[in-house]
Design a protein around this ligand. Structure first.
Ligand SMILES: [Zn+2]
Length: 150
């Protein structure tokens, strides 16, 4: 495993629409493991592949320090309900935070590193992290949605 360099705001890779993953070979597992390691090292709760310069639809989330690890390949939000407002930051936007309105509950379909399709029902802060990371795959940053910035 290896720590990858996190791309910062201003780099155009953060604004690109990431491509679907079609190759579920061993390189995908390496990428996902590196993403978790890079995220934990940076004290983040989520990381999307474009944030390390890989324009593919892959993100990882763990809001409990690694006890529950989500690897989301080609994620799609099937259903969302409710709203919640909370402070967000981003490893690609150091020193910035803002209040963002997000759904309270989500149903997300995604593949794992082997290509198997899984269904996730998440709420609370995990739902926020899922939305934030999936936004990255479409070139959207939290500052685009923030109602106010600190
Ligand atoms: Zn982010």
């Amino acid at each position: 495993m290896a720590i990858r360099e996190i791309v910062k705001i201003g780099d155009e890779v953060l604004r690109m629409r990431a491509k679907e993953v079609t190759d579920f070979g061993p390189n995908l597992g390496v990428l996902i493991d590196d993403m978790f390691e890079t995220m934990f090292k940076a004290d983040g709760v989520g990381l999307a592949a474009p944030q390390i310069g890989i324009v593919r639809r892959v993100c990882v989330v763990s809001v409990d320090g690694g006890k529950t690890k989500y690897e989301l390949v080609n994620p799609v939000i099937l259903k969302s309900s409710g709203t919640q407002r909370g402070a967000e930051g981003c490893l690609s936007c150091p020193g910035r935070s803002g209040i963002v309105c997000r759904p309270k509950k989500l149903t997300v379909q995604a593949q794992d590193r082997t290509g198997e399709t899984k269904l996730y029902k998440v709420d609370g802060f995990t739902a926020v992290a899922f939305c934030h990371e999936i936004d990255h795959l479409d070139g959207v940053l939290f500052i685009d949605k923030a109602e106010s910035e600190d």
